[in-house]
Ligand binder design. Structure first.
Ligand code: LRH
Ligand code: MN
Ligand code: MN
Length: 415
């Protein structure tokens, strides 16, 4: 499959025959879930720049998300954030999604925008505040029932800023107890996914700072509790693909929140900062046979099963939002295609022979292959335009919403 230069460095990789068929058929099964909040205006704490045509309500966020699915064909679900996506009738919202050809995906709770949560939510020293945080999840589970969502995602802002501020041990005990109460609210076909983040908004000690802490809590909860890996939630230099390997081995990788970071939790477009890292992550997914979708037509939903939900968690502060999502999706798709192209047999042979550079070459040859023609071919075979970005731009949708919608909302931060 790989042609080598005289110096042994891979020159070209031709994608033909059984390899081509295998890669195309794996790509056909891939789905990526979009965040509703990516479609609203967002910014930094310094400034939120508005953009024409920003959605005024969750219904319009879904309409925009459906455009991404229309042109990429692989984003059939949209995550909601409660209460950012508060509506009176969730059945109506779910029906609107169905009309648009998408469904409601994960329900995200929000434990970070209430004055009561200044010192924590599920870990708060005051049992009244903890009970309030648990009760918020009962509302979220109601939304899940009304929309058909199967996953409840928790991210906690909880932590302390100063040594001695609160008892680290007790906070873990309170967290375990609160999580058990939330877990008990779920139906049998629901699962809970617990996200970690190493710092922010707390700066001294975060209560769920890393995958190990999240995993320990999930293991204590039960088999329908899994870890969420947000790619932006790690210290610089962290080997994220190693974490992916460990969580897959434990059968506890529930979901990704894909995005890019340069400095902290930047929420930039997936694959923009470090496409090689995205490729390495997806290689481990492919290597473990974990690309098969957790959700989808003909895919039996198993809340305790190994299925991973591939989601985006992004904000588009300066770039256009729908194109920003399309670009992120195609970046993930390209990284996946490259991961599928790794010649596993040649890689294993080189690895077992101790051929360090040979193995590295096999790996990087796949990364350096231009998979865009293959993805264009895939889309055409599915009745889609080969270039989703160009097709979306030509559709006139942006001009239409800019004319129709006035007074769009921020990406949930107060919406
Ligand atoms: C926290 C986080 C989490 C939230 C989202 C808006 O930083 O990644 O997933 O729900 O951002
Ligand atoms: Mn996230
Ligand atoms: Mn984040």
């Amino acid at each position: 499959m790989t042609a080598l230069d005289d110096d042994g460095v891979g020159a070209t990789m031709t994608i033909t025959g059984p390899t081509r068929d295998r890669v195309l058929s794996a790509l056909r099964t891939q789905t990526i879930e979009l965040p509703s909040w990516a479609f609203g205006n967002s910014g930094t704490r310094f400034k939120v720049f508005g953009s024409p045509g920003t959605p005024r309500d969750p219904f319009e966020k879904l309409s925009d998300a459906a455009q991404v699915h229309r042109y990429t064909g692989i984003t059939p679900r949209v995550s909601l954030h409660i209460p950012w996506d508060l509506v009176e009738d969730y059945g109506k919202l779910a029906a609107h999604a169905t009309d648009l050809g998408v469904t409601i995906g994960t329900i995200n709770s929000n434990l970070f925008q209430d004055d009561d949560y200044k010192l924590g939510s599920l870990t708060h020293p005051d049992p009244r505040v903890r009970a309030k945080a648990v009760a918020h999840h009962a509302e979220c589970v109601d939304v899940m029932r009304a929309t058909g969502s199967k996953e409840l995602k928790l991210w906690l802002p909880d932590g302390t800023n100063y040594p001695g501020q609160d008892d680290l041990h007790d906070r873990q005990e309170r967290l375990a107890e609160s999580l058990q109460q939330v877990y008990a609210l779920l139906d049998d076909d629901h699962r809970l996914v617990l996200e970690y983040k190493f710092f922010e908004p707390a700066f001294y000690a975060t209560d769920v700072p890393d995958w190990g802490t999240s995993l320990l809590h999930c293991l204590a909860l039960g088999e329908r509790a899994k870890v969420v890996l947000d790619t932006g939630h790690h210290a610089p230099g962290t080997n994220i693909e190693f974490i992916v390997v460990q969580l897959l081995r434990a059968g506890r990788l529930g979901a990704f929140d894909f995005n890019s970071r340069f400095y902290a939790d930047d929420d930039l477009m997936a694959g923009a900062a470090d496409p090689f890292q995205l490729f390495r992550i997806l290689y481990e997914i492919v290597r473990a046979g974990a690309l098969a979708p957790a959700h989808g037509p003909g895919v039996p939903w198993d809340p305790a099963g190994p299925g991973v939900n591939f989601m985006l968690d992004q904000c588009h502060n300066v770039e256009d939002k729908i194109p920003g999502q399309i670009r992120s999706v195609t970046n993930v798709q390209q990284a996946t295609a490259k991961a599928l192209l790794v010649d596993r047999e040649a890689l294993t042979t080189a690895q077992r022979a101790g051929d360090v550079l040979g193995a590295h070459d096999v790996f990087t040859d796949a990364f350096q292959t231009d998979v865009r023609p293959l993805l264009a071919e895939l889309r055409e075979s599915q009745g889609l335009h080969p270039d989703p970005m160009a097709a979306f731009k030509a559709s006139g949708y942006v001009e239409r919403i800019a004319a129709e919608r006035i007074g769009g909302t921020q990406a949930g931060w107060g919406a």
